[in-house]
Design a protein around this ligand. Sequence first.
Ligand code: 5GP
Length: 183
Amino acid sequence: MSRLTVLSGPSGVGKRTVITELRRSRPDIWVSVSCTTRTPRPGEVEGVDYYFVDRDRFAKMVDAGELLEHAEFAGNLYGTPRQAVLDHVADGIPTILEIELAGARQVRRSMPEARFVFLAPPSIEVLVQRLEGRGTESANAIAARLEHARSELAAEDEFEEVIVNNDVQQAAGELAALITEEA
Ligand code: 5GP
């Protein structure tokens, strides 16, 4: 048995980049592959980045209890296949989920023994800048994003561990150290 790690945090904080870096330095850590209804981005590989499924298939997986958690994000559904996570944990393989906040809350309810890690931005300004993109949005849209970012940042208090994403390599190193720690 090993302890499951859940990495979560606000959208735009760089969870995926930190996970990619972690994978490079620690191939012994298994990163769960989620299902999603969103369409693949260029370069994304089925079964590696995600399992790309349609809404009908996703609903069937939910009904059959095959997902450990699931949530809607930006109009698409995302979920973690349960069995693969349980199998890797049972085999003693360090296992990590990279999911948004609503999903992390569900995992806390079903697997409270997991390690919950919040990836935080260096500041709310940095997060909002990253979300704003090229500055083509209206003041209203930016205000809405700021509001959303504030509520996501407030979730930090729910997490036992916080890593600040100042530098991707450093954040990935801190995450690796946490995962390697005795439970
Ligand atoms: P993206 O579409 O950019 O790959 O992911 C969008 C958001 O969905 C990210 O915040 C990512 O962490 C989250 N996400 C990816 N897979 C899952 C999952 O299985 N469950 C949940 N709840 N969120 C996920």
